[in-house]
Design a protein around this ligand. Structure first.
Ligand SMILES: [Zn+2]
Length: 461
């Protein structure tokens, strides 16, 4: 269990689901300080009439948060937009330059770039697209900095979580990867950052960025059949070089239910956190893993989705909570409102408060509508147990692996910038190196004794 617990973990379960206080070392007299980042304007952008990504879900969420009175327990911040320079901490300059300049009006003159930057039906050019990216990523950056400064215990940005965006291109409705940018900030002072992704889609952009480092562990629970977007996330994707065993994938089949998901999530995450000992966590709460999602195929209730947030919160580690996917907008708003209430330890009535968008929540007007049972559960008990066994085999190679002491200060962001320069030089010498999508993390700081490969513990996975 983490020794870095700093805040209270009072747990209040939604009826029907057990909530586990799993023994985190906490100071119960301390109130959790929660910073909530919301820019009103973010809900006004439109990807296009028939596009499933609806930024309006963020307006709906904030509307419920306020009408439930949760703002009284939040420190609410209006974030500033990310600067171009900040976006360049991860993304390539030609890609960001393209995003900055292209508009629906001048789109024809850029059409030759579309395949290069993966622009198309999933990632269209829409009015204000660059502003939208700056707002979403600016909020995650500010949230990360608030955590770094000790100004909060948990920071929330529901407009973030755009986990598919790549260094050089857009993907899966995502243009700028706010998560990678936020993790880069956290790495300025945190030796190890854990990324957890409960979106129904594999968190490929974040995994790829940190695939070769042992300072960021990525864990993604997602539907996988080799075909479902984005097509990655096989259990054998475990990271490479220094990052070997620091990427973990939990591939699931259609229709997973509350009990199976929370059982698997808790047992895997408890093991991960005890082994990796992160000093900061980023939790991506994509709501397309809920039952009845327009693009999803799981059976999760809002209570079970929220139980994952409650469980991670219970470790008392500084955490950035971000949104992600979620395409049945009324349920996205319900889910992220409920999860905000978990973060601030407040029970909410199942009857929604009267609010501007009340009609969206017909016919039941409840916080917890029935979302399960639409899809047959193809995850048999034996499949899940085998999956857990495989995951635990991977995790065995993490035990005791990180050697950086918690009190040591890792290199600041300049270390990454310096590494970018080194990487360019390396590529000049060896153009076949395929490191160009990775974030190079300065590991000179570490002793060699945590290099698990050197211990001769190779396994076939
Ligand atoms: Zn998704």
């Amino acid at each position: 269990m983490s020794q870095s617990s700093t805040f209270s973990t009072k747990t209040k379960g939604y009826p029907g689901l057990s909530s586990t206080n799993h023994g985190a070392s906490v100071r119960s007299h301390n109130k959790v300080r929660v910073a909530y980042f919301h820019e009103e304007e973010v809900g006004n952008f439109h990807y296009g009439e028939h596009h499933p990504m609806k930024p309006h879900r963020l307006t709906l969420t904030n509307n419920l948060v306020l009408n439930y009175g949760l703002h009284r327990k939040l420190d609410i911040y209006q974030p500033r937009k990310a600067t171009e320079q900040e976006l360049l901490d991860f993304h390539s300059s030609d890609y960001i330059d393209f995003l900055k300049r292209v508009t629906p009006e001048n789109v024809d003159s850029f059409s030759q770039c579309f395949s290069r930057f993966n622009i198309g039906d999933d990632c269209p050019i829409f009015e204000g697209m660059y502003d939208f990216c700056q707002i979403s990523s600016g909020a995650s950056l500010e949230a990360a900095r608030k955590l770094l400064s000790g100004g909060c215990d948990i920071a929330v940005n529901w407009s973030g979580g755009l986990h598919h965006a790549k260094k050089f291109e857009a993907s899966g409705f995502c243009y700028v990867n706010d998560i990678v940018l936020a993790i880069l900030q956290l790495l300025r002072y945190h030796p190890r950052v854990l990324y957890i992704d409960i979106d129904i889609h594999h968190g490929d952009g974040v995994q790829e960025a940190f695939y070769t480092t042992d300072r960021v562990m990525t864990v993604s629970f997602h539907k996988y059949n080799g075909d479902f977007f984005p097509g990655t996330g096989h259990i054998d994707e475990i990271g490479s070089t220094l990052g070997k065993y620091f990427a973990l994938n939990v591939p699931l089949k259609d229709g997973i239910d509350d009990q199976s998901y929370t059982w698997l999530f808790k047992s895997v995450m408890e093991n991960v956190i005890n082994s990796f000992r992160p000093s900061a966590i980023v939790l991506q709460c994509g709501a397309d893993s809920l039952g009845c999602d327009r693009l999803g195929c799981f059976n999760l209730s809002i209570a079970a989705h929220g139980e994952c947030v409650r469980f991670i919160k219970g470790f008392g580690i500084p955490t950035l909570v971000v949104g992600g996917g979620g395409y049945t907008v009324r349920n996205v708003a319900r889910c992220w409102t409920y999860e905000t209430s978990i973060i601030v330890d407040t029970e909410l009535s199942n009857d929604l408060p009267s609010n501007t968008y009340y009609d969206f929540f017909a016919p039941d007007y409840k916080l917890h509508p029935k979302l399960s049972g639409r899809v047959e559960n193809l995850n048999t008990r034996s499949y899940l147990e085998q999956l857990r066994t495989r995951v635990f085999e991977h995790l065995r190679y993490l035990n005791g692996a990180p050697s950086v002491q918690m009190q040591e200060i890792p290199p600041d962001i300049q270390g990454f910038l310096d590494d970018d320069g080194r990487q360019d030089e390396d590529e000049d010498r060896n153009p076949d190196r395929r490191h160009d999508s990775y974030v190079e993390v300065d590991n000179d700081f570490y002793d060699d004794d945590r290099d698990i490969d050197q211990d001769g513990m190779e396994i076939e996975v």
